[in-house]
Design a binder for this molecule. Structure first.
Ligand code: HEC
Ligand code: HEC
Length: 248
């Protein structure tokens, strides 16, 4: 027979020929080829699915650092798992759960999210710092937010949020269209330590921005998104069908 017409057979015979280290016995454990949904190794799962955006060691990527003890102190397990499983609608963060159109099993998502905390978190890290809550407690007041912006953020991100000497434009419609309100809130609380962006305590040394002021600044930024691109944060993702509760 023409073996070229049977590539699968060729691969199988190659595997048999090479014997994978034990020609006369059962193949050794290392010879087992795992189906993608059987992989239960954090380094492989994180490296293949997350590192491209969140950085090889959980930091230094385009998206927020997950290996940030400040982030892991404010975000609870359910929020981290929900974002990973269902994605963040209207942003680059994809849904990974098979139930949401992704490729990972529930067990794999449990493994990734629990190990993000066990590897990169520091228990009790912000215990005495009274951090702002992860989720906003109210809708926020854009006018108050503009004032808080001037106090805490303008020194770096420039007048009106259009960019300054020490920070990029964050009022740019193209930026706001791709970030969720929670994404803005998270980065205001955590900063981007690897990029020199301060966390909520350090915009003004000794004067932490309050929970309410963060809520208001996010409302102010979001109001500019609404004006310039009315549906920017509610556009449905064309490849994934996610719960509407992920929109914020
Ligand atoms: C294509 C880029 C991309 C990939 C791949 C990706 N992320 Fe994300 N991720 C993002 C972006 C962008 C955000 C911020 C979304 C927003 O604006 O809220 C985000 C947000 C998150 C959040 C929520 C952060 C918060 O505000 O609480 C978690 C948790 C997260 N990602 C985990 C993961 C994990 C775990 C993986 C791999 C299984 C992964 N991400 C893969 C881009 C990505
Ligand atoms: C000491 C300077 C400084 C201050 C003060 C500061 N930031 Fe930043 N911020 C940065 C830097 C640096 C970055 C990362 C690089 C960039 O995007 O410019 C950043 C990033 C961000 C990002 C993410 C941008 C992105 O591309 O993902 C947002 C949103 C943001 N800052 C909002 C704020 C808000 C709101 C405040 C006030 C509460 C604030 N920042 C205060 C320096 C600052």
């Amino acid at each position: 027979m023409n073996t070229l017409r049977y590539p699968v057979l060729m691969i199988l015979s190659f595997m048999l020929l090479c014997g994978c280290g034990s020609p006369h016995g059962k193949p050794g454990k290392e010879a087992e080829i795992l189906a993608p949904d059987q992989i239960m190794d954090f380094a492989i799962l994180y490296g293949e699915n997350c590192a491209g955006c969140h950085g090889a060691e959980g930091r230094g990527g385009a998206a927020i650092a997950l290996a940030d003890p400040v982030y892991l102190a404010i975000a609870d397990d359910a929020s981290i798992r929900n974002a990973t499983a269902n994605g963040v609608r209207g942003t680059a963060m994809p849904a990974f759960a098979q139930s949401a159109g992704g490729m990972l099993t529930d067990k794999q998502i449990d493994l990734i999210t629990s190990q993000i905390r066990s590897r990169w978190g520091r228990p009790g890290f912000l215990n005495s710092a009274n951090p702002p809550s992860y989720s906003a407690k109210s809708a926020g007041n854009p006018a108050q937010g503009a004032l808080a912006y001037n106090t805490y953020c303008e020194s770096c991100h420039g007048p009106g949020g259009h960019g300054g000497a020490k920070g990029s434009s964050i009022a740019d419609p193209a930026f706001l269209a791709l970030v969720s309100d929670q994404g803005l809130r998270t980065v205001i609380i955590t900063g981007r330590p690897e990029l020199g962006a301060p966390d909520w305590r350090a915009n003004i040394p000794g004067k932490p921005i309050s929970d309410q002021e963060i809520t208001d600044v996010v409302a102010w930024l979001a109001s500019q998104r609404a004006q310039s691109a009315p549906h920017a944060n509610s556009t449905s993702n064309t490849t994934q069908h996610q719960e509407s509760t992920n929109a914020r």
